[in-house]
Design a protein around this ligand. Structure first.
Ligand code: ATP
Ligand code: MG
Length: 431
């Protein structure tokens, strides 16, 4: 016997979505699209690959993403022998902002934009954490007021509601502006230095590069220390406080409950003022399924004309895990009819009938691969269709088909080919 050829497997941490799953994803994406349109957001699509510099500048050198999570590689040399270092996008905000700057989209008006697609991070795969995962991201560019921050949070609350997700918690905080953060930073470093020998490796490393992130630690041994750390909230000036109060007033107006978490920070350097996270207890360690906030300095930092902005991104896998929990395995999408046929003329008539039905807006599966009537009818049944259309020699000669209800009541009967689409549509959709 010849050696068995070894099969090639998917890359670690990167998932296939088989039809049952992929159908749910499509259903989810439809809900998401309607939801985004209802708030006036428009789609933007950017490439998977970007120059690595975009993320170093746009996400920040001292973030988990840039320090250790990027899929980066040298491109092939061009004709002059120069190579670019490219990165598979780990997140969508920097690419979106790059595109907005490159195409001057903020020239005459602010923009409400969204994207939906795969992101790549080199992480240890586990439930809700993958190396290729998907985000829906929403960005509002050119708006300075607290109303748009509140809009983002309220629109999230609406989506969770539409999806029937309970057990979700909103945490919110304000990071103030750069000057306020700088003052807080000095005192935070001084405070943490007093605990130098108690800090873990991560915290020591971040102490001078990104001390805010120390507050974010999951290490239980450090909780008492970070609990007592100076709170950014206490350093906010009048403008920042007013902004925060503007956001929370609208949340109360919309009856969206929130919890102030003074230790909530975002990993990325460019955030200011509003930050928020949606968490759940249903996903174990991967509790945060949606996060965002304001980033008024990013556009300028990436070379654009200064303009305020805010946005958020949800991890679709994490939302899907919650949404599909307990959902039936049955296919979400079934064809209207399954067409069985026996004989050469019948095959041709059936093929034509199938196309007629599709022209009339119905979905029809034409049986391929032959077989007895009995075996074809089994397939028809398994397809989940409401009707089977049966074409034998008899029907074919008469320019008719037999219409057999597969679910519930009703007798099999003959219908002329000409009347078929209309009758079926009437029965299926009452049109
Ligand atoms: P975490 O703390 O879980 O690593 P993060 O702060 O790195 O999350 P963001 O960069 O804010 O995440 O991305 C927004 C959302 O994208 C997260 O809230 C999460 O739902 C999702 N997400 C991030 N990384 C992954 C991943 N590796 N796999 C699946 N979803 C992810
Ligand atoms: Mg992460």
């Amino acid at each position: 016997m010849a050696n068995k050829i070894e099969s090639v497997k998917a890359v670690k941490g990167m998932n296939d979505f088989l039809p049952a799953d992929a159908e749910r994803w499509e259903a989810f994406e439809e809900i998401v699209r309607d939801w985004l349109r209802s708030y006036g957001y428009r789609p933007i699509r950017t490439p998977i690959l970007e120059n690595t510099a975009l993320f170093c500048r746009g996400v920040g050198e001292h973030t988990d993403i840039v320090e250790k999570e990027m899929f980066s590689f040298d491109d092939r040399p061009d004709s002059k022998g120069n190579t670019d270092n490219l990165t598979m996008r780990p997140e969508g905000t920097a690419p979106c902002v790059r595109a907005v700057i490159e195409h001057n989209l903020l020239f005459s008006q602010p923009q409400r934009l969204y994207y939906n697609g795969p992101m790549f991070r080199y992480e240890r795969p586990q439930k809700g954490r993958y190396r290729q995962f998907h985000q829906v991201g929403v960005e509002a560019l050119g708006f300075a007021g607290p109303d748009v921050d509140a809009e983002h949070i309220v629109m999230c609350a609406r989506l969770w509601d539409d999806l029937g997700l309970d057990d979700v918690t909103l945490e919110i905080n304000s990071l103030g502006d750069a000057a306020e953060r700088a003052r807080h930073r000095t005192e935070l470093i001084a405070y943490l230095e007093a605990y130098q020998d108690k800090l873990d490796e991560d915290a020591k490393r971040r102490l001078y590069t990104n001390p805010l992130r120390v507050l974010d630690t999951k290490n239980p041994d450090l909780q008492a220390i970070v609990d007592g750390a100076p709170k950014l909230m206490d350093y906010l000036g009048e403008e920042s406080l007013k902004h925060y109060e503007g956001v929370t007033a609208l949340l109360r107006e919309a009856a969206v409950p929130y919890k102030l978490n003074t230790r909530l920070v975002r990993g990325l350097d460019y955030y200011n003022r509003t930050v928020f996270e949606w968490t759940t207890t249903r996903l174990g360690a991967q509790a945060t399924f949606c996060a965002g906030g304001r980033y008024d300095s990013l556009i300028e930092q990436l070379g654009g004309k200064a303009a305020p902005a805010c946005g958020f991104a949800m991890g679709m896998e994490r939302v899907m895990l919650m949404w599909t929990e307990g959902m039936e395995d049955a296919p979400m999408v079934t064809p209207d009819v399954y067409i069985v046929h026996l004989g050469e003329l019948a095959g041709r008539v059936a093929f034509r009938a199938a196309e007629q039905l599709r022209s009339a807006g119905l979905s029809a599966v034409y049986h391929c691969g032959g077989g007895s009537f009995k075996s074809q009818m089994k397939k028809a049944d398994a397809s989940g269709s409401a009707f089977a259309i049966i074409v034998g020699d008899d029907e074919a000669q008469a320019g008719e088909v037999s219409l057999k209800p597969l679910r519930g009541e009703g007798e099999q009967r003959r219908v002329s080919l000409d009347a078929l689409a209309e009758e079926l549509a009437e029965m299926l959709y009452g049109e």
